[in-house]
Design a protein around this ligand. Structure first.
Ligand code: MF3
Ligand code: CO
Length: 249
């Protein structure tokens, strides 16, 4: 069941989403060679709490940290550790905030120092795919219109779309209906309606789309060891199109 939100509810979501956006903006300043992913987690926790929010991932299905930090071949759900970032790495940072009854969820992938041309292109194409998907957020379109345009852009650039994780509705729960795959034929699935709130999140691999889960039970990695990128926004469907809630002013 898809839960539509009133404009008051969307304003509340905007507040948790703004904390997500500001934290992701600020974390860019500290990502550099030598920092550990645990340092990033500490920064993120302090930033969210200073703004009056609660880190949403900690304890979610027993996830052990406040943020997901996925480095290089890690796709999603990497767990912060004492391992330090090195020049040339890429890191996906995914975070959720709970505030005043509602969730916000977004992710970015950042270069660490100087990265290879293909890493740079992977990051850019994944972000472009997210933005193209968001352009399909309009009453009348269907969920898989988003999926299709994401897949098309990714594959036109020679990369592949992860199949085993999907975007999702979001609101009073972190994960609500509908599921939003990042691949598929257009014109399928629920029709978009004003008041829907969606977390759209393409995960894109440099090589093949298959992923494996590490023994920690969480970390998803590319099965072929190739690089992976992840971008996510929480958006609301308005009559004029998407309002990106996880954006700074
Ligand atoms: N943004 C991701 C999602 O929507 C991460 C949440 S999973 C967690 O599924 F367990 F880490 F919280
Ligand atoms: Co999400």
């Amino acid at each position: 069941m898809i839960i539509l939100k009133s404009s008051d509810e969307i304003e509340k979501m905007r507040r948790s989403c703004r904390v997500v956006a500001e934290t992701l903006r600020d974390v860019e300043e500290i990502v550099r060679p030598g920092i550990s992913t645990r340092d990033i987690e500490r920064f993120v926790e302090r930033s969210i709490e200073a703004k009056g929010g609660v880190p949403a991932f900690k304890g979610y299905r027993n996830y052990p940290a406040s943020v997901c930090t996925s480095v290089n071949e890690q796709v999603v759900h990497g767990i912060p550790s004492d391992a330090t970032l090195r020049d040339g790495d890429i890191i996906s940072i995914d975070l959720g905030v709970y505030m005043d009854g509602f969730y916000g969820d977004a992710a970015v992938t950042l270069p660490v120092g100087r990265v290879s041309p293909v890493a740079e292109r992977l990051i850019r194409v994944t972000k472009e795919a997210l933005m193209l998907g968001i352009e399909k957020v309009k009453p009348g379109y269907r969920i898989s219109d988003i999926s299709h345009v994401i897949q098309r852009h990714v594959e036109a650039n020679g990369f592949s779309v992860v199949r085993s994780f999907v975007g999702h509705g979001i609101g009073r729960s972190l994960h609500e209906d509908p599921q939003i795959p990042n691949f598929g034929e257009p014109g399928r699935g629920p029709r978009l309606r004003e008041g829907m709130t969606l977390a759209i999140e393409p995960m894109v691999n440099e090589g093949r789309y298959e992923v494996s889960i590490l023994d920690d039970g969480w970390t998803a990695v590319t099965s072929d060891g190739s690089l992976s990128a992840h971008w996510e926004h929480t958006v609301a469907v308005t009559k004029n199109g998407a309002r990106i809630l996880t954006k700074t002013e």
